[in-house]
Ligand binder design. Sequence first.
Ligand code: DX5
Ligand code: ZN
Length: 240
Amino acid sequence: MLINIRYFNINPPTLFIFLLKIKKMSHLIAPSILAADFANLQSESEMLEKSDADWFHIDVMDGVFVPNISFGMPIINAIKKFSNKPFDVHLMIVEPQKYISDFKNAGADILTVHYEVCNHLHRTLQEIKAAGMKAGVALNPHTNINVLEDIIKDIDLVCVMSVNPGFGGQSFIENTYTKVAALKKLITKKNANTLIEIDGGVTSANARRLIDCGADVLVAGSFVFKSDNPLSTISNLKTV
Ligand code: DX5
Ligand code: ZN
């Protein structure tokens, strides 16, 4: 069935979430451009655009919250020209509430902030939604999912970090499976419409088990961009 999203005035992330919830769609794949060739971001973006990827995952790092610096709004704005897919922007920065409209203007469709840096998480999530984006919350590997119990219904997406944030190419932390299953239980118990995203060390070896535990969105950086054929790697993750 062809859905004219302009006619229904539904933005792409809303449509994805709706289709996932009515189980018309399998899990989503969000390749992380952190592992792309930064000297060729146009061709890398064009490759993702024609691939089976659902979203672009975009990692912003400030060198304060995480021990690495990646890029900011100008790069997001530059690659937005080459894509119509939703931009899933993962902020690994302190004081993310200061930059909500800047990331919206740069092209973010989903904006994810870290639980660990938000003193007023409820307010920040409302501000992200008021700016016209979906609101995500990322959890470091040491952060228990129970901290989200009182706010889960306000969250569009929980990004479960399956590595310590800051770098691509790290090994997957095995405790993630238990964590995802517990989060899925919480979402069901609270009757929330929250997507579960897994970020870090995702490969075809752990993708199926993650989905079975309740994951809706898989982020993959190195596994996609360092592979011989990123297009078929993305297709394989999509059909795993
Ligand atoms: C890590 C980032 C991830 C990273 C994933 O801080 O949030 O999105 O790009 O990269 P891989 O898939 O290589 O672990
Ligand atoms: Zn990320």
